[in-house]
Design a protein around this ligand. Structure first.
Ligand code: SF4
Length: 414
C-alpha cells in the first residue's frame, strides 16, 4: 500500500482473541442453538418441530469484524472509538457495539460527530462491507488510527474491478446501487486509491444492474434494440459520472455484490454474454466480456443449505436478520420462489402473537403486519433461516418464542 502510513492502518487482530472471546460469547452465543446443531439441526418439541439449514447465521467475515471491534475496545480503552456506519447489517450487533462505546459517523445510528471532528487520538473501525475510497482518504487525511474489518471476500471484488479498470473494461456490478458494499466497490474504479493494488491510468467506468430486468435492458442496447438515451434514463444514478453507453459498453467485466442470489448472478452473466455473442460473434464476445462470480462462499453456503431445508416438509419458514441485510432478503426470495409461506423478521419480538406478526414486506419495501400468520396445525414444522450477520443469540430467542406460541413445555427446549 504505497503512500499509506501502516502504523495508522491495521488489518490484523491485536492478538487479544482469548481476552475478548468470553464477552463475545456472552453477547451473541445461544445454548439452544448449540443444542440444535448437535442434534443434526432439528429440535422436536412435541407439537412443534424446528428445523435449521446446515449452514446459517454469522459468517467468517462478520465474526472477524465483531472480534476486531471487541479487540479494538480492549486495545484502546480510553480512546474515542468510531464506526463509519453499521459494522454489519444487524441491529443487535450494532446496539452491542454502541454499548461498548462506539460512535457512528453515518447511517441510522449516526451521532453528531463527522469525519472533520476527528483527530490522531481517535480510532475508526471500517465495517465488514467496506467504505468508499473517498471516505477512506478523508480519514487518512485526519490522521486517525484505522482498524480495517473489511471482509476479504469484499476485497476480492475490489481487486477484480480494479483489474477491469486497469485493462479498460467497464465494471458491470450485479448489486443494489445504494448498498454500502456496492458503493464501496464501484469507488475502487478510481484512479488514485493508495489502499489498493493495480494503480490505474484513468478512472474506470461502471454500471450497477439490480437484477434480470436491468440486465435485459443492457442486452437490448447491445443488440441495438434500445437507444443510449433510453438506457441512460433507466440507469440514472447507477452509472459512473459521464457514462457513455456507446463507448463504455464496448468491453465489460461483470462482478457482483458478494451477497446476491447466486442463481440470479449466473443468469445476469449469461444474458449479457449471449447479447455480446449475438452482436460480435463468439470470439468477439470472449474478448469483450469478462466474467467473475464474486458471490461469497458464506452466502453461497447459506443459500445452498436453505435449498436443502426447503426439501423438508415445512409448514412455515421464518428468515431472521436485519431488514437492510441483502443476503437475508435473498434467503426470503428463495423460500418464496418455492411457494412456501415465509416471513423476514428481525427478532423474536416480531412474533407478537399467533394473530399478529411484524415483518419486512420486500415487495412494498417497508415493515408490515401479517394477521393470522400462524399455521394452526399439529404437529407443526417450522424452518428458520438466518442471514450472515445474525447472531445465534437472536436465533435462539426466536426458537424460544416459537415454542411459547406453540404451547411447548419449557423442558422441551432442553
Ligand atoms: S457475507 Fe460474505 S462478504 Fe459479507 S462479511 Fe460474510 S463472508 Fe464476507
Amino acid at each position: 500500500m504505497a503512500g499509506v502510513d501502516t502504523r495508522a492502518f491495521r488489518r490484523t487482530s491485536f492478538g487479544l482473541k482469548l481476552v475478548v472471546q468470553p464477552d463475545i460469547e456472552r453477547a451473541f452465543a445461544s445454548q439452544v442453538i448449540d443444542r440444535i446443531r448437535a442434534r443434526d439441526f432439528v429440535l422436536e418439541m412435541g407439537p412443534l418441530t424446528v428445523r435449521l439449514p446446515h449452514s446459517f447465521g454469522q459468517c467468517h467475515g462478520v465474526e472477524r469484524a465483531i472480534q476486531l471491534a471487541f479487540e479494538t475496545r480492549e486495545r484502546f480503552p480510553s480512546a474515542r472509538l468510531f464506526l463509519t456506519d453499521e459494522i454489519v447489517h444487524n441491529p443487535a450487533v450494532n446496539r452491542r457495539l454502541q454499548a461498548l462505546g462506539y460512535q457512528y459517523l453515518d447511517g441510522q445510528y449516526a451521532g453528531t460527530l463527522a469525519v472533520q471532528d476527528l483527530g490522531p487520538d481517535d480510532v475508526v473501525l471500517l465495517p465488514a462491507f467496506g467504505v468508499e475510497a473517498g471516505l477512506l482518504e478523508a480519514l487518512r487525511q485526519r490522521g486517525v488510527q484505522i482498524v480495517d474489518a473489511v471482509c476479504g471476500e469484499v476485497m476480492l471484488v475490489w481487486k477484480r474491478v480494479r483489474e477491469y479498470a486497469r485493462d479498460g473494461y467497464t465494471s458491470v456490478i450485479h448489486g443494489a446501487p445504494r448498498h454500502q458494499e456496492t458503493r464501496a466497490t464501484v469507488s475502487r474504479t478510481r484512479q488514485d486509491d493508495p489502499f489498493m493494488p493495480h494503480q490505474i491510468d484513468a478512472p474506470g467506468a461502471w454500471m450497477v444492474v439490480r437484477g434480470l430486468d436491468d440486465a435485459a435492458q443492457v442486452a437490448r442496447f447491445v443488440r441495438g434494440l434500445c437507444s443510449a438515451d433510453e438506457l441512460q434514463r433507466r440507469f440514472a444514478g447507477a452509472v459512473s459520472p459521464g457514462f457513455n453507453a456507446h463507448h463504455d459498453l464496448e468491453r465489460i467485466g461483470i462482478a457482483n455484490q458478494t451477497t446476491m442470489l447466486a442463481s440470479e448472478t449466473l443468469a445476469v452473466q449469461e444474458l449479457l454474454r449471449r447479447a455480446y455473442e449475438e452482436r460480435y460473434g463468439a470470439e468477439g464476445a470472449a474478448a469483450r466480456v469478462r466474467l467473475a462470480d464474486t458471490v461469497c462462499s458464506a452466502t453461497q453456503d447459506r443459500q445452498d443449505a436453505l435449498v436443502g431445508l426447503l426439501g423438508e416438509p415445512l409448514d412455515l419458514l421464518l428468515v431472521i436478520g436485519g431488514y437492510n441485510s441483502a443476503n437475508t432478503g435473498h434467503l426470503l426470495d428463495l423460500a418464496l420462489s418455492r411457494g412456501l409461506a415465509a416471513f423476514h423478521v428481525e427478532g423474536a419480538e416480531c412474533l407478537e402473537s399467533t394473530q399478529s406478526l411484524q415483518h419486512w414486506d420486500r415487495a412494498a419495501g417497508r415493515i408490515a403486519n401479517a394477521r393470522d400468520w400462524w399455521p394452526h396445525k399439529q404437529p407443526l414444522d417450522v424452518g428458520i433461516a438466518a442471514g450472515a450477520s445474525t447472531p445465534d443469540a437472536r436465533i435462539g430467542e426466536l426458537v424460544v418464542r416459537l415454542a411459547e406460541l406453540a404451547g411447548c413445555p419449557p423442558a422441551a427446549l432442553h
